[in-house]
Ligand binder design. Structure first.
Ligand code: NAD
Length: 428
């Protein structure tokens, strides 16, 4: 088995283990059939996308969409452009979306999809043609009340604009077919920072629950992309000491706190070239270079893996010295890692709650599109905090009442709402 296959098997069995933790709380409601529906997607879509490239040659890409569960509302989930995408991976991510939406009371189900294209390797015109052909092939499977894609790795406002346009060509003006659009074409203010902002808010809540203040806490963040960058800045504004950050090139560590402003300014100066942290060079105001593995083992109050899946596993979980882990990325730890970390009394705030800020604000965008309205950034972020606080109260209540860990409490709440919706609609 290749390293990639083995990572995928670990992710699959970890998700199944996490769902089982939540199911254990509902022994009377679950029969074999219901368990099948909860653990497997409702639909897997696979399409060929032939386009003309260069001087008339043809290239064929593959498009995917996995729709997991829509008992609570239309399917919802990101669209990833990356050469290494496949249905198995999207199955895991689509399922996470179902639980995330349910947990934070967003009336959507879960989906995920993408195309096996490297956006850096094709021209903008080719990428537009690929995206629009993907929409044509999926036009009966997506729509504002059917399945609503959003940006993910390799896609952003530009691709969402193309999807909106192509879908509207046959269906009439339908901005609600995608979220993550540019504010000028019915997008929402505050979406780019929503996930990082939400993770910072959740971190503050979890610290307060552990009787700690955010402004006397040290934090290490893995990942300095859209999520990690906004998260680091927000925690810094809240008074936390961000002592380490990293991206795929490696990390930076400073005991007195990373000088985020100067790093972000340097990255901005280099644009449109996107510099990695290792390429920054020059004076980093006392920061020294560390590896990603070293970052995960730092002695900090909070560790936030906010990059990719599976970074905490059986082989390194015992090296973690943080007292709280907040999962910024989707599935950053395996089921086995979680067991080791819980034995070490480390609290874990799971991805399906921690990074739900993104889908909450996507839902606000969809609501605005239906109402032909647009709220200010302040209103968006204020409503985001309120929605997270409401879910947090329910999680705490469940955790304390049934003496559960955070992940089991979250999965149990999320699963029970999906079960009720399936039963009430006669979907099982
Ligand atoms: P991004 O592509 O903007 O950034 C990813 C970051 O991770 C980059 O800094 C990259 O260098 C780093 N990285 C990649 N491989 C790495 C490795 N092997 N070790 C360490 N760092 C590595 O992605 P993003 O939007 O910031 O998303 C990060 C995570 O958060 C993903 O798991 C994503 O699924 C999840 N997430 C994102 C959103 C959102 O709104 N963007 C919402 C929910 C969850």
């Amino acid at each position: 088995m290749s390293a990639d296959q083995s990572k995928m098997e670990t992710l699959k069995s970890s998700l199944s283990g996490f769902i089982d933790m939540g199911l254990r709380d509902h022994p009377n409601e679950i029969d074999e059939r219901m368990e099948f529906f909860l653990k497997n997607p409702s639909k897997r879509i696979y399409v060929e996308i032939p386009i003309r490239v260069g001087k008339g040659n043809m290239a064929v890409y593959t498009g995917y969409r996995v729709q997991h569960n829509n008992a609570r509302g239309p399917f919802k989930g990101g669209l990833r452009y990356h050469v290494d995408v496949d249905l198995d991976h999207f199955e895991i991510l689509a399922s996470l979306m179902t639980w995330k939406c349910s947990l934070v009371d967003v009336p959507f189900g879960g989906a995920k999809g993408g195309i096996d294209v490297d956006p850096e390797e094709v021209s903008e015109q080719e990428l537009e043609a690929i995206t629009k052909k993907y929409v044509d092939k999926l036009k009966n499977d997506i729509g504002p009340d059917v399945d609503i894609p959003a940006p993910d790795m390799g896609t952003g406002m530009r691709e969402m604009g193309w999807i909106f346009e192509q879908f509207s060509k046959s269906a009439g003006y339908k901005p609600g077919v995608v979220t993550g659009k540019c504010p000028e074409i019915a997008g929402i203010h505050g979406r780019s920072e929503a996930t990082g902002y939400g993770i910072a808010h959740v971190t503050k809540k979890a610290l307060e629950e552990a009787v700690k203040d955010v402004d006397s806490s040290s934090v290490a963040i893995q990942g300095f992309g859209n999520v990690g960058r906004h998260l680091a800045q927000r925690l810094d504004e809240m008074g936390a000491k961000v002592i380490a950050i990293s991206d795929k090139s490696g990390g930076l560590y400073c005991e007195d706190g990373i000088k985020l402003r100067s790093i972000i300014d340097k990255l901005a100066e280099a644009e449109p070239k996107s510099l990695s942290l290792a390429e920054l060079g020059g004076d980093l105001s006392g920061a020294k270079k560390i590896s990603n593995e070293e970052l995960l083992g730092l002695e900090v109050d909070v560790l936030i893996p906010a990059a990719i899946e599976g970074v905490l596993h059986q082989g390194n979980a015992d090296k973690v010295r943080a007292s709280l882990i907040v999962e910024g990325a989707n599935m950053p730890m395996s089921f086995e890692a979680e067991k080791i970390l819980r034995q070490k009394d480390i609290d874990i705030i799971p991805d399906i709650f921690a990074n739900a800020g993104g889908v909450i604000v996507s839902y606000f965008e969809w609501v605005q599109n239906h109402q032909r309205d647009q709220w200010s950034r302040e209103t968006v972020l204020e409503r985001l905090e309120k929605q997270l606080d409401k879910a947090w109260e329910k999680i705490l209540q469940k955790k304390k009442q049934d003496e559960l860990d955070y992940r089991t409490a979250c999965y149990s709440i999320a699963i029970s709402k999906v079960i009720v919706a399936m039963e009430m609609r006669g979907l099982q």
